[in-house]
Design a protein around this ligand. Sequence first.
Ligand SMILES: Nc1nc2c(c(=O)[nH]1)N[C@H]1C(S)=C(S)[C@@H](COP(=O)(O)O)O[C@H]1N2
Ligand SMILES: [Mo]
Length: 461
Amino acid sequence: MAAEIKHPGQIRKAPENFLDPQLLREIHEQGLDDKRRRFLRQSFLMASAASAVSSTSMSFANEVGTEGGENSAAGDPNILVLPSHSTTLGKPVAQAGYGQPSRHEHTILKRASPGLTRTQEASASFTPLQALFGIITPNGLHFERHHQGWHDIPPETHRLMIHGLVKTAMIFTLDDLMRLPSVSRIHFLECGANTAMEWGHPSVPTVQYTHGMLSCCEFTGVPLSVLLDYCGYDKQRSRFVLAEGADGSSLTRTIPIEHALDDVLVAWGMNGEMLRPENGYPLRLVAPGMQGVSWVKWLRRIEVGDQPWGTKDESIQYIDLMPDGSHRQYTSIQECKSVITSPSGGQQLLNKGMFNITGLAWSGRGKIKKVDVSVDGGRHWRSARLEGPIQNKALTRFNIDWVWDGSEVILQSRAVDETGYVQPSIDQLRKVRGSRSTYHNNAIQSWQINASGEVLNVQAY
Ligand SMILES: Nc1nc2c(c(=O)[nH]1)N[C@H]1C(S)=C(S)[C@@H](COP(=O)(O)O)O[C@H]1N2
Ligand SMILES: [Mo]
């Protein structure tokens, strides 16, 4: 299967021209402290000044000591010659329009996986994590997972019914819901089958395919607790709710009432605008920390009950086959996980020198406490810098400076959440779970960088 996937790797360039070997060694061993950072900046400025005319000599991509080539050219035409965009009138403002990414970014797309596609409707597309910054997934790049295709449902006729163990069964229109007090919260959404291809051996080449059924958005909606209160749910007997979607798959999931009352939302907003049709327009359940399938899209019905329903989506699918032949059921929480998104599979390091290793960490049980990064396949670890604010059940971005000396290395990240849970190696995970599961692979991901700078998906422990 790996051979069927063709995906352009990303090009990374390293700013090492101006580094002296001693500093390089120190950074390699101890990372960047403030003093070294200052040094780096100064050397950078000096290197730039020394080559004021030849601006490409600031280029980060050339070997130390390389002479000739672009660098020693008399002048860089990209600086010396005014381009037409500096000398002509730009395009007019659109009278009405919806903004699009630069055409130079046209390769950054959500992409379907040949491996996980049964039919084009019962399928998935993956978010290009390698190309994203920070923690928010742009709406146009949000992965999709449909059991039976997607619809663009007219909001005027869409209804949400709440019934079961309630005093008054109610039917809400979208307008009704939007009159209620809403909240906006940033949460990750991960399909339980994310990283499913990796239970056995590494089988897909890029982080888009290994981890791309993952996103993080600001969702806006009304807390489900508000609606349950409004309908007068039976406080003695209610133990579960069932959420059902309006698509042909009638996707249904049981959710424990503690979750339903805690932070579950009935949401219409995603990153400041209405949900995209593919993501459940006009209404979806937001079930923070729970696997994607519980985030029921095109939400039309919530039933309150006193026992789990055991629907097809929680008895035939979304169960985990264990080594002893039994199945785990209702394993809804996404355990702590992390992945390095750059450098990552399919990318190429063009040169030795300094790189920023960056990635994402998340936990369905709360906040991320720590992410450690190893560049030697797990023998030594350094703590990465976490970008704040660190939020509950949201992606957390981590960064760490690293100098590549040109030798073969294995990069790994290992996250710890606020409960103290440590992300397992694939070996540790397989010891407990076997390798016949589809869902809930939260193992440490390994990327090998070989001597020619290629980044490859490998397993190491
Ligand atoms: N109604 C309905 N809800 C659904 C699904 C579906 O097929 N139908 N797919 C589920 C699965 S398996 C996942 S991982 C998430 C994916 O959400 P997304 O398509 O917005 O990324 O939606 C869930 N909600
Ligand atoms: Mo999913």
